[in-house]
Design a protein around this ligand. Structure first.
Ligand SMILES: [Zn+2]
Length: 207
């Protein structure tokens, strides 16, 4: 007969340094394990972090902690759009950029928080714009160099720039093309070992 294995429940712990921005919630079966995980996550020495139970977060073991739960439990989190710290005690900014008497009306979205609805709006516009630029990039590279075989495309939100790798007839290593965040200039790169093959390919294409 095998004995049933006693599985220790995973619990939530707050691991912190003296910098409140470095605090982290860790899930572990013991305080010492949580402390070690937290120290690793923060990048601090084990002896420099404190570790205490955070029972409110126990229910989120194995998933993510909603931003709203953090804030209701006295944490502050940066707005996904503007990075401003958001908490139950933060005040809205007036049109002059100074804090008003009004408290923020944060908008929660899973593990993300926005200062208010307009910050969420701005963020969504930015995501849409970056994704649209990525789609334009895909068309532009194909139009600029027909005959290349494009392999991996990297871009769109959350990336700032866009990039693709490619190969072409006669190439051993291939190359890449990229464009920066605020530019639509295509920057082409071909591996040194493929220079000759590239020149031959371009000459043939121009012929
Ligand atoms: Zn914001």
């Amino acid at each position: 007969m095998t004995k049933p294995v006693q599985v220790k429940p995973v619990k939530a712990y707050t691991v912190a340094t003296n910098d409140p921005e470095e605090s982290t919630i860790q899930f572990a079966t013991t305080n010492v394990a949580a402390r070690r995980q937290g120290a690793d996550a923060i990048g601090a020495d084990f002896t420099w972090v404190s570790c205490k139970r955070a029972p409110w977060a126990d229910q989120y073991a194995g998933s993510f902690i909603p931003a709203q739960a953090y804030i209701e439990n006295g944490w502050q989190i940066g707005c996904t759009n503007c990075s401003r710290m958001v908490s139950d005690e933060h005040h809205a900014l007036g049109s002059d950029g100074y804090e008003t008497d009004e408290l923020l009306t944060p908008v929660f979205d899973g593990d993300r928080v926005f200062c208010d609805a307009s910050c969420k709006d701005d963020h969504e516009k930015e995501v849409a714009a970056r994704n649209a630029k990525f789609e334009d990039f895909k068309k532009a590279v194909a139009a600029a160099q027909p005959g290349l075989t494009f392999k991996d495309f990297t871009g769109g939100y959350p990336w700032c720039g866009n990039r693709a790798t490619f190969t072409f007839p006669g190439a051993q290593y291939g190359g890449s093309v990229s464009e920066k965040e605020n530019s639509t200039t295509l920057e082409w790169y071909v591996a040194n070992g493929d220079r000759e093959a590239w020149d031959a390919f371009q000459a043939q294409r121009a012929a």
